[in-house]
Every structure is written in structure tokens, then in C-alpha cells.
Design a protein around this ligand. Sequence first.
Ligand code: FES
Ligand SMILES: [Fe+2]
Length: 344
Amino acid sequence: MFIQNAWYMAAWAHEITDTPFPRTLCGVSLVFFKNAETGEIAALQDRCCHRGTPLSRGQIVPEGLECGYHGMVFDGRGDCVHIPGQARIPAKAKVRSYPVVVQDEIVWIWMGDPACADPSHIISYPYHNDYAKWPHKHQVYRVQANYMLLVDNLMDLTHLAFVHKNTIGGNPKAHVEAKMTVTPRDDGLHFIRWLLESAPPPTYRKAVDLAERIDRWMEFQYVAPGTVLQWTGGIDSGKNAVENRDQPGFSLRIFHGLTPETDTTCFYFWSAANGYRQDDPQATQDLFREIDTAFKEDKGIVEAQQAALSSTGENDLVDIVSDSARIHMRRTVNRLLAAEHQNA
Ligand code: FES
Ligand SMILES: [Fe+2]
């Protein structure tokens, strides 16, 4: 069961080109297409109302999306606008359409009641529009795990020292001893972890010159159901980083978009923005490669976790102290699911 009345990331805007683009989200087969004239992106159920053929097998024509079987054409609202050899269009000739908004390089979709879709609730991520200060690259993986396992992964960063010991990790003791402040919010939570006087991990050292000891922060904002905004960095110790993080050092921003495909698969969209050597395209590329390696480590661990949970169940797992943010996150999701259920 997924939260329906929410904005999910459906795709990177650049993924939708001039051919129909199929993608299953929250268990629904969808087709995305771009209007040939206006460039507007629409999402329809990927099933023609005539004989049920996937519309993604068709083609984009000036009036909309043409079914590849008998040529009915549907516009971005899902209304049939043309039937070959027939002037009258039956009132029932329509397919379900889903509200879509393109903002900050992201295609957002609303899977629930269209009347409740309010674009002003979409998370703003202005860094995607600022290539001068935050040059970045995008990625998407299809992951063989429920999307919640990836959100869990981002809510408990003590895994860095174990899963990512060769990349972004660092010293296990420093991670466990990090000072962590969790602030619940209506739509999710915010947390910040400070690793003071800690040794810079390999990724940081490769990126910039740093002292032997740095003050390192990891700031995360979770917005239900599947968005996590991350600002991470480190500044030489002794420069009062806690009060002022806008000083020379290492700094990066990551956007994480986690969207269910099915109960046991999801899409992991992310971007990594270089906030330390903005004039150096190689630095942006190197950061991307490093994060890509690290996130594939996460993908590997959650896929193995999903396989084990699928075969044994999730009912007898134990919570430990490092689960505090994860527990808040799960509470938020359960509260939203229960509210939707009540109003249904
Ligand atoms: S199945 Fe689409 S037009 Fe016939
Ligand atoms: Fe990780």
C-alpha cells in the first residue's frame, strides 16, 4: 500500500524525449509523453481504452499520443481526440491521466485524487537551476527493493562506516559518536549530525585540501513519502563550522527521490552537486563517480535485505539507538497512510 495523495518524483525531465516513455509507479503502468508543439509533459495510464494495448507502443503525433494498434489519439488529459474513419467520439473514450509538474529539472507526479493535487506543495530545489554555484549531474537506478528500505538507509547514517568504508565513510567510532539532532515536522523530519574533530574521509581528501581534523556535518530533510534533501560537508576544525558553514572547505548537496515501482522494486533518482570547485567540470564528474560507487553499495545492501525480508518477513526486527530518525520517518509514513485510509 502506497501513499497516493502526494507528489512523487516520476523522472528526470531529460528522460522524457520525443518518444513515448513507459514507467510503472506505485504499481500503475504509466506512459509519459511530451506534446510535440508545446513541449508540455503528460502522464496517462499505459492502456488504451479501446482494446487495452499499452499506449507506450504508439507514437507521438501533433494532436497527442497515437495508439499503435488502431490509431486512436489521446491528448494530455487522456481524452480521445481522433478515431480513424469515425467522426463521433464516444464520451467514454478516455484514459486516466495524472497531474504532472516539471520543476527544478524534475518531473513530479500525483498518483491520488487529481482534485487534491496542489503544485505549491512540491518541494523546491533551486540548486538544480544554479549550475554556477552548484554544478551537478543526475542519475537513476531501478532497485529491487521496497522504496522504504532506501529511505531507511538514508535515515540511519551509522551505515556509512560499514557499507561505505572505502568511499564516503570514515571512522566507525566517529559515526557512532556523532552528535545528532532530530526535529520531527508535519511532513517528515529534519536531522543534523555533527562529527567534530574527525579525520576527513577519502572522498573529501580527493576533492579539496583539508587539515588532519575537520568538523563534518550531515544535514538531511525528509519529506514524505520519498524525498530526501542532503547537505553534507566539512571545514577544518577550529573555524567554528557549527556557526558558519559557508566557509571554504568541502560541501556537496544531494537530492534523493525515492519512488515505488512495485512493492518490492523502486526507482532511486539522485543528483550530486559540487559546492567546492565549481569552476572545475572534472571535480563535478569525479564527485558523481564517487557518489555513484557509494550509492551502488547502498543499492546492493538493500537488495540483499529485501531478498532476506521477502523470504522471512519483517515482523521480528529489533530497533537500536541509531534508528531514532528512521523510526520518526516510519511514523510519519504510517500516519499519512492511516489518514488516507480514514478518508477513503
Ligand atoms: S487498442 Fe488502441 S486503438 Fe485499438
Ligand atoms: Fe549509504
